[in-house]
Write a protein that binds this ligand. Structure first.
Ligand code: SF4
Length: 229
């Protein structure tokens, strides 16, 4: 176990020399730094299948037109909500998920998402997982930003982790478990953010820029390519 953690430490050390984590690059992190965990959830729903720039635009438009509070979103007209979040795309699905989540927090948690978050991962998964459009990744980003020791797996994290050889698992939870063997509990949010930065900037889906990558020495994908040539 400890040698896996040592590998994780090396990865994070190398990545943190290359990338700086800025809240301006992560809408959910920005909301979490303001301790607004309902906004973390909304930002994460909005970020599904779009980039961070569009997510920030949608958050701004939503804030200006309606506001990002459970009681405001629980009773909002759905067409109006769709229009407000349109910069993020998939507004029909996302507006329904946002409204359902807002209603849940108002009706069962006294309008305060921390009343749910304090009840533990299992309860959060059960409650939010019932809502269409809120999946494991969205729940884990919320939990991790609240302080649970979780590596949330988004599309960048999954791709980068597979290429590095940190996981060969197929399901969401199995990938998460593999990464949690590599990254210490207190470093898991940092790992999530740094792996995303690597995926966005260097280890891109189509053409990873391996020669620029700070992890190439320890990367399974790069080393297997090198071995073939
Ligand atoms: S060496 Fe290449 S494949 Fe490996 S993590 Fe870096 S960019 Fe991705």
């Amino acid at each position: 176990m400890s040698s896996r953690y040592e590998l994780g430490d090396v990865i994070l050390d190398k990545l943190s020399r290359t990338f700086q984590i800025s809240p301006d690059d992560f809408a959910a992190l920005k909301a979490a730094l303001g301790r607004d965990y309902f906004k973390v959830l909304i930002a994460t729903i909005l970020s599904q299948n779009t980039n961070e720039k569009n997510t920030f635009k949608a958050i701004k438009k939503l804030e200006e037109s309606i506001g990002i509070k459970p009681h405001l979103l629980a009773s909002v007209d759905e067409n109006y909500l769709e229009e407000a979040i349109s910069p993020a795309g998939l507004q029909s699905t996302k507006s329904k998920a946002i409204k359902e989540a807002a209603k849940l927090i108002v009706e069962r948690y006294d309008g305060d998402i921390t009343n749910l978050l304090k009840k533990g991962e299992k309860r959060v998964r059960e409650e939010l997982g019932k809502i269409r459009g809120i999946g494991d990744k969205t729940i884990d980003v919320l939990l991790a930003n609240y302080g649970y020791p979780i590596v949330a797996i988004d599309t960048h994290v999954r791709r980068v982790a597979r290429r590095l050889g940190l996981t060969h698992a197929k399901t969401y939870m199995a990938i998460r478990e593999d990464l949690e063997k590599v990254f210490r509990p207190e470093k898991r949010l940092t790992a999530h953010l740094l792996l995303i930065l690597l995926g966005r900037n260097i280890c891109k889906a189509k053409r990873p820029a391996c020669l620029e990558c700070p992890l190439k020495d320890i990367c399974e994908y790069y080393n297997s390519l090198k071995a073939k040539h």
